[in-house]
Design a protein around this ligand. Structure first.
Ligand code: SAH
Ligand code: SF4
Length: 371
């Protein structure tokens, strides 16, 4: 923005004024930015446009969760979800249209991949939610946290995600503390190292299995970056950020990764991580009960099995929380974001064929979130 204003022959403070108009007051019309002076307003109108994403629909849930479907170019659409909870408000932001990584338990993964989102399209999601909520940084803050846990793998869109997170944290943007912005990754080892040089945000890593054999079945990326290498990269990240802990996400699927043996194996990995860092609770485990979506073969374990899994970890002194599932009446829970992906990978087509040949008499039963 400073560079843009310099190119218009304007001083830095003008860039700061416009940042505040856009991100604090949610104003998109230069004519309404009254403290800029008429000539500058006319210059801006001629040279620039403030263009938030188009809201195709927004849907409130009975539990206060709110989901937006935002229209992108050429018929694509992405989803963003706001989750209020006891004095905090978390926005779950998408980084890509679809995802190329094809984890077997994820609705976005089943959609295939179209493209990366731009910085504007990532920041725009926060803008839409902040405007809807009447959020004002430092005064009326309803949006307190951002998690990059929507559609896509954020570290495969590093060039756009890192600057977008900077706008989220900047006082002239949304003013969030670094630790309140969390990037969740499926575990791209070299990119975790790059992130630690470029940003101070919190890191969450999708683990989902205590052994390479099972993790590779669930997450094909594990073939390239197996668990030991992934944990070593997490260790380097935590070492660089002296105070930070790493959150390990573990989606619990019945009969797949929820047994007591697997809980003990996970606890052992986490204890090893804490020991290497010589810090209790350096690793936090967040158990996510599996959220079903049309066409999936996985199911969620019973509540008592989830609690038993958590108890085994806690007994081994591993800090473990269970994520409360929110917004499942509007398909807004983790892993359910579907949007509308014009798939370039042909995964949708392959899956449809597989499904149709398995059940020749029936339709696929796919539910389009946009319908
Ligand atoms: N691509 C990134 C971030 C987006 S997914 C990543 O994989 O970490 C956000 C979280 O939701 C990840 O931990 C992911 O594994 C989890 N998730 C995906 N599908 C899910 C489902 N159906 N039920 C519960 N959690 C799911
Ligand atoms: Fe992509 Fe994350 Fe879904 Fe895996 S879990 S397919 S990395 S969005």
């Amino acid at each position: 923005m400073v560079a843009l204003f310099a190119s218009l022959g304007e001083p830095r403070y003008r860039a700061e004024q416009v940042m505040k108009w856009i991100h604090h007051r949610h104003e998109t019309d230069f004519a309404a930015m009254t403290d800029l002076g008429k000539p500058l307003r006319a210059k801006l109108e001629a040279a620039c446009v403030v263009q938030p994403p188009k809201v195709l629909f927004d849907k409130p849930s009975a539990d206060g969760t709110h989901k937006w479907l935002l229209g992108m170019d050429g018929g694509n659409a992405i989803e963003t979800v706001f989750i209020p909870d006891k004095g905090r408000g978390t926005l779950c932001v998408s980084s890509q249209v679809g995802c190329a990584l094809a984890c077997t338990f994820c609705s976005t993964g089943a959609q295939g991949f179209n493209r990366n989102l731009s910085v504007a399209e990532i920041v725009g999601q926060v803008w839409v939610a902040a405007k809807h909520l009447g959020n004002v940084p430092h005064r009326q803050r309803k949006l307190t946290n951002v998690v990059m846990m929507g559609m896509g793998e954020p570290l495969l869109n590093f060039e756009n995600v890192v600057p977008a997170m900077s706008v989220m944290c900047d006082d002239l943007g949304f003013g969030l503390a670094n630790k309140r912005v969390t990037l969740s990754t499926s575990g791209l080892v070299p990119m975790i190292d790059r992130l630690s040089e470029a940003s101070d945000v919190s890191l969450a890593v999708s683990l989902h299995a205590p052994t390479d054999e099972l993790r590779t079945q669930l997450m094909p990326i594990n073939r390239k970056y197996p668990i030991a290498e992934l944990l070593a990269a997490c260790l380097r990240y935590a070492q660089r950020k002296q105070r930070t802990s790493i959150t390990f996400e573990y989606t619990l699927m019945r009969g797949v990764n929820d047994s007591p043996v697997q809980a003990r194996a996970l606890a052992k990995l986490m204890r090893g991580f804490n020991a290497k860092l010589q810090r209790e609770n350096a690793a936090k485990v967040n158990l996510i009960p599996f959220n079903p979506f049309p066409g999936t073969g996985y199911t969620r374990p019973a509540d008592e099995d989830i609690r038993a899994f958590q108890t085994l970890l806690l007994r081994d002194h591993v800090l473990t929380t269970v994520r409360r599932t929110r917004g499942d009446d509007i398909d807004a829970a983790c892993g359910q974001l579907k949007g509308r992906v014009l798939d370039r990978t042909r995964r949708q087509e392959r899956q449809r064929r597989k499904h149709e040949s398995a059940i020749p008499q029936q339709s696929t039963g796919e539910v389009d979130a946009a319908a």
